[in-house]
Design a binder for this molecule. Structure first.
Ligand SMILES: O=C(O)CCC(=O)C(=O)O
Ligand SMILES: [Mn+2]
Length: 207
């Protein structure tokens, strides 16, 4: 895998910039919302390089559209009581809880990681609808590392899709009814594309 560190990442140590919950929030239909905080993680290229080595990556099989499909990407999942592969991820989870728990009503809990090795890896349209998110509002936070990729959202019943670019330390949060009234995807790209890693931080039992 050919990972080109960003020229903008000067190799600085891991740090999180200060954010204000609600800032940069876009309201979608049906009380869904998304929030973008660009460059939240400083030292994100170094974190990417560490996680490539330390995470036990495995091929994903996932039930989607009533069938079990191979999802072309690598994944790893850490439940609430499992030791995370890097202390930076503990800091990220703890900091997100500090910012968002007043609105969310519970702490962030699980950490899922996905690795899109190149532009051929992808994830199809879906909502994270296993667990309480099927019927209740929740938040799913995504920290993106490495090469930016397009992240799309569309209303579940059809309608205009929204497009975001996520990579290099960006924090993106899907909130409100987003998991049950909207779907999201990371489509394949034809041109050569370096690897992107997504770290998803979710509440208890949501997947
Ligand atoms: O790649 C991403 O940031 C999103 C991944 C995702 O939606 C999922 O694994 O449920
Ligand atoms: Mn998802």
């Amino acid at each position: 895998m050919n990972f080109q560190p960003s020229l903008l990442d000067d190799g600085s140590l891991f740090a999180l910039s200060q954010i204000f919950p609600g800032e940069g929030r876009t309201l979608l239909s049906n009380d869904a919302w998304v929030e973008m905080h660009r460059d939240w993680v400083r030292g994100s290229d170094r974190l990417f390089e560490r996680l490539i080595e330390t995470v036990p990556w495995k091929a994903e099989r996932r039930r989607m559209y009533e069938r079990t499909l191979d999802v072309p990407r690598l994944v790893s999942f850490y439940g609430a009581d499992e030791t995370l592969p890097d202390p930076a991820l503990d800091t990220i989870r703890r900091t997100l809880s500090r910012y968002y728990q007043p609105e969310l009503g519970e702490p962030f809990c699980t950490v899922g990681l996905c690795l899109y090795r190149d532009g051929r890896d992808s994830v199809a349209w879906h909502g994270d609808r296993i667990g309480r998110s099927r019927t209740e509002d929740t938040m799913v936070a995504i920290v993106s590392l490495g090469t930016p990729r397009r992240f799309l959202l569309r209303p579940r019943g059809g309608g205009r899709s929204r497009q975001f670019e996520l990579g290099r330390g960006d924090l993106f949060i899907m909130g409100g009814s987003c998991q049950r009234t909207w779907e999201h995807s990371v489509p394949k790209v034809a041109r050569a594309n370096g690897p992107r890693m997504s770290v998803q931080i979710r509440t208890m039992g949501v997947h």
